[in-house]
Design a protein around this ligand. Structure first.
Ligand code: HEM
Length: 139
């Protein structure tokens, strides 16, 4: 629901032919892969804004697009730390949840997203601020 990496981008060095359609993305284009939006796309999940682990049961995953859940990206440059990260997260969560009940002080419908990215100049670029963060929708 809230991928730590909400999107990635690439600047194309050469023209790219889309294999599933007759489109060519010209060299120089910046292509954004918006994980956050893909994971909440109604074409892939019938209740896209509801946390429902049953979405990933084999019977519910059948026929779903191979790249409809890509928190660690996909393909040859995907995350090399994926297995380690998942193991670490399970250990951390199970340790905390054994002793604590975790509740949010802010209702989910009031969650706001702050996106930050480093710039070529070295300073942080951000959308939104602590008081006025901005929801980014990549649709
Ligand atoms: C929840 C934790 C993590 C998430 C969600 C995550 C997600 C990602 C994503 C989306 C990418 C692709 C970035 C891009 O293409 O621009 C990536 C790449 C990478 N990740 Fe992770 N990552 C996580 C943890 C880790 C850990 C723990 C390590 C190392 C121990 C790691 C090492 C790397 C490396 C080296 C790459 C670059 C791979 C390449 O360019 O060939 N990641 N990760």
């Amino acid at each position: 629901m809230y991928p730590p990496v909400p999107g990635i981008a690439r600047k194309l060095k050469e023209d790219v032919q889309i294999v599933t359609n007759n489109y060519v993305l010209p060299a120089g284009t910046t292509v954004v892969i918006p994980m956050l939006s893909i994971h909440r796309h109604p074409e892939h999940y019938k209740n896209p804004n509801v946390f429902d682990p049953d979405n990933f049961l084999p019977e519910n995953s059948q026929g779903r697009h191979y790249y409809s859940f890509i928190p660690f990206s996909a393909g040859p440059r995907s995350c090399v730390g994926r297995k380690y990260a998942l193991l670490k997260l399970k250990i951390l969560l199970s340790t905390v949840l054994r002793d604590y009940r975790v509740v949010s002080a802010v209702p989910e419908e009031q969650f706001q997203l702050l996106i930050q990215a480093p710039t070529a100049s070295g300073s942080d670029w951000s959308l939104g601020s602590g008081d006025h963060p901005t929801w980014i929708n990549f649709f």
